[in-house]
Design a protein around this ligand. Structure first.
Ligand code: DGY
Length: 324
């Protein structure tokens, strides 16, 4: 059978798929593929390994109902109309687990960077602003003993809690739909209401998926309930925070700082005012950008493709209900 891969990813994916006896077509141009072009490209392929975060909506899925498997090169699947895929009996796979450590590292790095204004000060040296040693300038904030609040304590949130507990003995609170007994045991983590998460966290790190309940959750009203000394970190999806409200919260002193791996829209414009604020650190969606994580993602994405083409249950399905 034939598999379409929509971007260059670690070679292991194509190798595994070819070794399983299938043909691979890989899109090598470094640009986003418009949806109607994607529909054309997927024609004649039974497997589709999708790499971008572009919307795969009902229109795309109905036009691609011949697919035996849709394998995502991501753990997040907010960009796919899963209900439509399920209705069309297209199994959708994703890549959980392998990127948890690297994404938590990114959140931790942003927290530390923001707490010491590191990116801003790095840029200020290049602008010739380091003229003498000033003991009352450039003051950051220590993290030891502070409270880490996690929205969405799953695999990535667990890794973030582990790092913050180990490095700074931070108190861990979290807001989830259900409890996370493993985290409660390992870190003495306490499940709290969303309101308490906002008003008790010194560092609030977002690890929840983007869905109708979480879209725009961090808006002016939410930032207003946070401490003026708090740091907001988002490594999940830009859609969870309102960027204009975040800018106002930072410039107005409602919160102290912010670290973002995800923005809305992506890519972020070069003239975005958030990029020039002292207590802000922004990186271009690099949560899973390590050799280890991206290789693991390629491997899992290939495993999902191969299982789907064989008519077997995907090892990492997003819509397991299609097997009922
Ligand atoms: C994911 O896996 O969802 C990350 O955002 C990287 O794409």
């Amino acid at each position: 059978m034939k598999v379409f891969i929509s971007r260059l990813i670690p070679e292991i994916a194509a190798t595994m798929i070819r070794e399983a006896g299938h043909d691979v077509t890989q899109f090598v141009e470094r640009r986003d593929i418009p949806i109607d072009e994607m529909i054309e490209l997927c024609k004649g392929h039974e497997g589709f390994l999708n790499v971008s975060h572009n919307k795969l909506d009902k229109h795309f899925l109905e036009a691609s109902s011949h697919l035996k498997v849709l394998s995502l090169f991501s753990v997040g699947y907010d960009h796919v109309d899963i209900a439509a895929a399920t209705k069309l009996k297209i199994p959708v796979g994703h890549t959980p687990g392998v990127l948890s450590a690297s994404t938590a590292d990114t959140a931790f790095m942003l927290m530390l960077t923001v707490s010491r204004k590191a990116f801003y000060l790095h840029k200020s040296i290049g602008k010739g602003e380091w003229n003498y040693y000033d003991p009352i300038a450039n003051l950051g904030m220590e993290l030891t003993g502070k409270t880490l609040g996690i929205l969405g304590l799953g695999k990535i949130g667990f890794e973030m809690a582990k790092r913050c507990k180990g490095a700074y003995d931070m108190k861990v609170i979290y807001h989830n739909r259900g409890t996370n007994p493993e985290a409660e045991k390992a870190f003495d983590a306490e499940r709290v209401s969303f309101a308490d998460l906002l008003n008790q966290s010194d560092v609030l790190s977002v690890h929840s998926s983007l869905n109708s309940e979480t879209a725009g959750l961090f808006n002016a009203a939410a930032f207003k309930q946070m401490k003026p000394t708090s740091i907001f970190i988002n490594t999940s999806r830009g859609g969870l925070h309102n960027e204009a409200d975040l800018l106002n919260a930072l410039t107005g002193g409602t919160i102290w700082g912010a670290g973002l791996d995800v923005t809305n829209p992506e890519p972020m414009n070069a003239d975005n005012p958030l990029l020039n604020l002292p207590n802000v650190a922004i990186v271009p969606h690099i949560g899973s950008a390590t050799i280890e994580a991206r290789t693991g993602m390629a491997r899992i994405a290939a495993m999902n493709i191969i299982a789907g083409l064989n008519g077997e249950r995907l090892p990492y399905p997003v819509n397991p209900e299609i097997y009922k």
